[in-house]
Write a new protein. Structure first.
Length: 173
């Protein structure tokens, strides 16, 4: 999308108009000389989140005003969707960078410096996928162990209740 045809949005942190910036073949919105955050529309972040995607290097130079900082307690509204609150979550399985995404439009808000930290996590998409698979496998193992433990506890309780009923029942026969 050409920057001239990109709908204008306000920064969800400092509420100043954001500047459309062409980065390769996409246009992102930057809060230049404000909080330094970047808005990525649906699927734009995935085109710049790895080190080999050199167009993303340009976003490392977005200016940030030293007196403007995001309050981490305040939830942000989506700059594209009216009245939709962004959800906070970790970007990937390493759980190092927390990002904000819109459940309605799929856009991402990154605070100043978060893109650089995301790009530094993995060298390739394959490395990211492997880390995700390992995380899911470990998570599955944890859930399976917890479920088995709960099932064994319930079985033991059932055996105890059954023994009690047999004892009580034998007295009334």
């Amino acid at each position: 999308m050409h920057p001239d045809f990109h709908p204008a949005i306000d920064c969800p942190v400092c509420v100043q108009p954001m500047t459309p910036l062409a980065v390769g073949r996409i246009v992102v919105d930057v809060c230049h000389d404000g909080c330094g955050g970047v808005w990525f529309d649906h699927f734009e972040l995935q085109k710049l989140d790895e080190q080999h995607e050199t167009e993303g290097d340009l976003l490392a130079h977005v200016g940030k005003h030293p007196d403007i900082a995001r309050d981490p307690v305040v939830r942000l509204n989506c700059p594209r969707c009216a009245d939709v609150v962004l959800r906070q979550h970790f970007f990937c399985a390493n759980r190092k960078v927390e990002v904000d995404s819109c459940p309605a439009c799929g856009g991402y808000w990154l605070d100043h410096g978060e893109l650089g930290r995301i790009r530094a996590e993995f060298d390739t998409a394959a490395a990211r996928a492997l880390a995700t698979e390992e995380f899911v496998r470990d998570l599955d193992n944890l859930h399976v162990k917890e479920a088995c433990s709960r099932a064994l506890d319930k079985a033991a309780q059932s055996r105890s209740l059954s023994a009690m009923f047999r004892l009580v029942g034998s007295r009334y026969v």
